[in-house]
Design a protein around this ligand. Structure first.
Ligand code: SD4
Length: 348
């Protein structure tokens, strides 16, 4: 593993994040001590496995951008999971994927409404590196993927998704569902089904967002999803939108989100979180303030949806906050070997 010049880094971090001294008073499970090496944080319990893959790169002194891509790839590979082609289809029975990626130089790439491609995050990276654009969608994104060597997969649904879809077809009721692990607040989710535990013991959810800081103090992030189950055909959520599902500012920090995409887009969620960190808030405080902003738009409506933000700053400190109980996140650094935490939430 590459040796860090810890003193140099902390000095640099304090200059960038002036409130660092205040952070230690916050709850220990929400704040890491200042950086002792690279770190990767990701949404949900399943992020732990994703982090392991990212860590194989970060732990050897590799780049954050490679780590987040490979981490995202690993969950896109799980055919009985929720995030890539194994996810729930739209209401017409097709799986459509959204993803975005951003590096330490404000380079970013994104795909939306992409079908039949196993690794949307890698297509997003190609958009970032090989085109003068940020975002490609639908047919155009598919064409670009195939021109760049990605294989067009069959349109078949995974076994769990097929079962869910058949179930949904019985009523064909249009009430978009986000699969999220729910905690005590589940009685509030009048518009959403309570997700089931998967055979492998994980809870189902649709999105993986991860952000990482590498040993050269560079930040990057990735976000990949099959989006809301049984959504309208053509619906795109927050996950492929830079500043909504993901934002990285290498001077300050990075953030990602999960939950009801429409609500995240409404407040440019992750951009807001990063700007709140720029103004001196810790990652935890920034996520909390962004969630409060969202809830205060319409408190009554907020009882019926879930959004969770997760942030990491340049000093390697992290934090999360959600509208409802049940949002979890995973953290891997050289200190902890990988841990999952439950985020605090607005509604208890
Ligand atoms: C979306 N934000 O499509 C995604 C859904 C999600 O866990 O996060 N699900 O709106």
């Amino acid at each position: 593993m590459v040796k860090l010049s810890r003193r140099k880094f902390i000095t640099k971090s304090i200059a960038i994040v002036p409130t660092i001294g205040l952070l230690t008073s916050c709850k220990s499970n929400l704040i890491a001590s200042p950086l002792k090496g690279p770190i990767v944080v990701s949404t949900w319990d399943s992020g732990l496995e994703v982090n392991k893959v990212a860590w194989e790169i970060l732990g050897k002194g590799g780049k954050a951008i490679d780590a987040v891509e490979k981490g995202a790839n690993s969950i896109e590979n799980q055919i009985n999971c929720c995030v890539g082609l194994g996810g729930n289809p739209d209401r017409d029975g097709y799986v459509t994927l959204d993803a975005c990626i951003m590096d330490e130089n404000h380079n970013c790439g994104s795909v939306a409404f992409l079908e039949q491609i196993k690794h949307p995050i890698s297509v997003a990276r190609k958009v970032m590196e090989k085109t003068p654009h940020v975002m490609l969608v639908g047919e155009g994104a598919l064409q670009f993927a195939m021109e760049n060597g990605f294989v067009q997969e069959p349109k078949t649904l995974s076994k769990p998704a097929e079962k869910e879809y058949k179930n949904w077809l019985k009523k064909s009721e249009y009430k978009p569902i986000i699969n999220i692990e729910l905690g005590q607040g589940k009685e509030h989710f009048k518009n959403q089904d309570v997700p089931k535990k998967l055979e492998n013991g994980n809870f189902n959810h649709d999105t993986m967002g991860l952000v990482a800081l590498d040993s050269t103090f560079n930040l990057s992030g990735a976000c990949t999803t099959s989006g809301m189950g049984f959504k309208m055909r053509g619906r795109v959520g927050d996950s492929p939108i830079i500043g909504a599902g993901l934002f990285v500012d290498n001077e300050i920090g990075a953030a990602t989100s999960s939950g009801q995409g429409e609500e995240v887009i409404r407040i440019c969620g992750t951009h807001l979180v990063v700007e709140l960190m720029r103004n001196g808030n810790s990652p935890y405080e920034a996520c909390k303030k962004a969630i409060e902003r969202l809830v205060n738009i319409n408190k009554k409506k907020a009882r019926d949806f879930q959004v969770g933000f997760l942030a990491l700053n340049k000093a390697g400190e992290y934090g999360a906050y959600a509208v409802q109980p049940g949002f979890s996140f995973s953290v891997t650094s050289s200190d902890n070997g990988g841990k999952t935490y439950n985020a605090e939430s607005y509604f208890k």
